[in-house]
Ligand binder design. Structure first.
Ligand code: SF4
Ligand code: SF3
Length: 549
């Protein structure tokens, strides 16, 4: 095997990418990512012990988040960038080791030996790749067995997802030391190569709690900066003129771009998970944020090719760009792709210049205006809670379905379109994340003025969905599992893993998960999830609907 990665839903043969990533990740990038995770675990060992001695290292804490987020699926495909991060880890490791030793001396305690010469990073790319080869997951599986590694990786992937949300919150100024301590302690735990299945299971559920806090912080960061999303009709057809398309998840990048394009005669469109930005008062106030273009991440190659302007990729999910738009696509933040120009939000002028040089939409393409409704995050929905509760009590609303999660490229995801179409007329669909593009342009109508499709927002707005669920349970004085609500989720990458752990940690049962179950969840670990949470794979829309209703 030249590599081994099974962290996402599209992994080869539903078992693992062993030759090259189905996502496009090269074996070298996969190896360097394994090494970066290993380095992060090593740094966390120092950070945890320093913390116990009363020392907080801000730089180290931030690096851990960056390192984890960088290794999330569809974020970083650039081996050079990965090596830069490893060198950063190396320098940081040296400094933390020294800090730890001097802190121990001052405190009069004997320092633990936390690393040796052998685990220091090699000086060359070849050397790094050789070191990484020893870390390949299949080797650990051969040594420890699939169940232990399954749980270790479940914890790691959950942390990666939570790190993505934490990074976005940090970007908007919400920095939470307690959360950093949780990340570091969990990585420190993994660094010890734990093998106790019961303890590993408990830690995995605890990652759900870490992610809940991460999503809460991000919700606060987003709403403090841009206000609460409000129900908004978003245009999904183009307008004549020069244009920029912004994809990913990062609100601050969009804000910076909107500021820098004001009065430049450029229309800005959202793509993929940026669609919910159109509902935030602090972003929709810009008249040149004109709407959304295209759908979910896996359609980007076709859509970016057709888009007659510049494209800015904030975080995941980026795919290998076609040559046809290589000169007008840009990455920012932690996203990286070889040969794609990387820009920072301080200066988006290369993006603006590319937009001005491109054709823009012609008058012929500016046809009828079509809109979809978005902006039903917790504030908007809880604002009409009385109306919703009355509709449930009167029987006008029989059931709620949360149909959401990641979209993806593999076949079988039309299940979610069919499921949404078949939901009975007296039921409401709550949705979030990019999986909603499977059905968010369909007509669902309303029940007594309450739209039957409520788009809560991005994947991290699972926080909003949880708040809505908890409020409904309080109103009906019941457990969340007793509500007339079912969750039919789709997953793709590690943020979905984090959200799933959050839901399980909250005790949510009967989740239907698809389109296929994670390859990294071994049969025995799956059994634990089935026994404790009655989680089940999706089957057919008809069968699942009948069972859930
Ligand atoms: Fe394969 Fe997914 Fe890993 Fe990419 S991220 S290498 S597709 S398992
Ligand atoms: Fe989608 Fe990548 Fe997960 Fe934020 S954009 S949900 S897959």
């Amino acid at each position: 095997m030249t590599m081994f990665c099974y962290q996402c839903e599209q992994t080869a043969k539903c078992t693992g990418c062993t030759v090259a990533g189905v996502c496009g990740k090269s074996p070298d990038v996969a190896a360097l990512q394994d090494l970066l995770v290993h380095a992060a675990k090593g740094l966390a060992r120092y950070l945890t012990r320093l913390k116990a001695l009363g020392v907080t290292d801000g730089e180290g804490n931030l690096f851990i988040i960056k390192a984890l987020f960088t290794t999330v699926t569809n974020v970083n495909f650039d081996a050079d960038r990965m090596e830069e991060l490893l060198r950063e880890a190396q320098q940081l490791g040296g400094r933390l080791k020294e800090l730890y030793n001097t802190t121990c001396t001052k405190a009069g305690v004997e320092p633990e030996v936390l690393c040796c010469e052998d685990c220091c990073l090699a000086g060359t790319r070849e050397g790094l790749l050789e070191q990484a080869a020893e870390l390949q997951i299949d080797k650990r599986t051969a040594e420890l067995g699939e169940d232990i590694v399954s749980l270790q990786e479940l914890i790691l992937y959950g942390l990666k997802g939570a790190a993505a949300y934490t990074d976005h919150a940090i970007t908007l100024g919400v920095v939470d030391d307690t959360l950093f301590d949780e990340f570091n302690a969990t990585l420190d735990y993994l660094a010890g190569n734990p093998t106790d299945v019961g303890e590993l299971t408990g830690k995995a559920l605890h990652v759900g709690d870490i992610n809940m806090k991460a999503m809460e912080n991000l919700d606060k960061a987003n709403t403090d900066a841009y206000g609460h999303p409000e129900p908004t009709a978003v245009r999904v057809t183009p307008i004549a003129g020069k244009c920029i398309l912004v994809s990913g998840h990062d609100l601050k990048d969009l804000d910076a771009l909107l500021q820098q394009t004001a009065d430049k005669g450029i229309n800005v469109y959202t793509h993929g998970e940026m669609l919910p930005c159109n509902a935030y008062p602090g972003l929709k106030k810009y008249p040149h944020l004109v709407g959304n273009y295209g759908g979910a991440w896996q359609d980007q190659v076709k859509e970016f090719d057709a888009f007659p302007g510049a494209i800015l990729m904030t975080t995941n999910c980026i795919q290998k760009p076609r040559d046809t738009y290589l000169g007008r696509i840009f990455t920012t933040g932690l996203v990286a792709f070889p040969n794609v120009v990387h820009v920072t939000r301080d200066d988006f002028s290369p993006v603006i210049e590319a937009a001005l040089a491109a054709d823009g939409f012609s008058k012929d393409e500016d046809t009828e205006e079509k809109t979809i409704m978005i902006g039903f995050a917790r504030n908007a929905v809880l604002g009409v809670a009385d109306k919703v509760i009355d509709a449930v009590k009167s029987g006008a609303i029989k059931h709620f379905f949360l149909v959401g999660g990641c979209d993806g490229a593999k076949p079988g995801r039309n299940y979610y379109t069919e499921f949404a179409e078949k939901v009975p007329d007296d039921c409401v669909i709550l949705t979030l994340a990019c999986g909603k593009y499977r059905f968010n342009k369909l007509e669902f109508g309303d029940i007594g003025g309450i739209p039957r499709l409520l788009d809560i927002g991005q994947c991290n707005d699972a926080y909003s969905a949880i708040q809505i669920t908890v409020a409904l349970a309080e109103a009906f004085e019941c457990d969340i599992n007793e509500l007339p609500l079912s969750m039919v989720l789709s997953w793709y990458e590690q943020k979905a893993v984090a959200i799933l752990l959050t839901l399980l940690n909250l005790g949510v049962k009967n989740i239907r998960l698809g389109p296929s179950l994670p390859a990294f969840v071994s049969p025995a670990v799956l059994n634990v999830l089935v026994e404790n949470f009655n989680i089940a794979p999706v089957t057919t829309p008809e069968k699942d609907l009948a069972e859930l209703l």
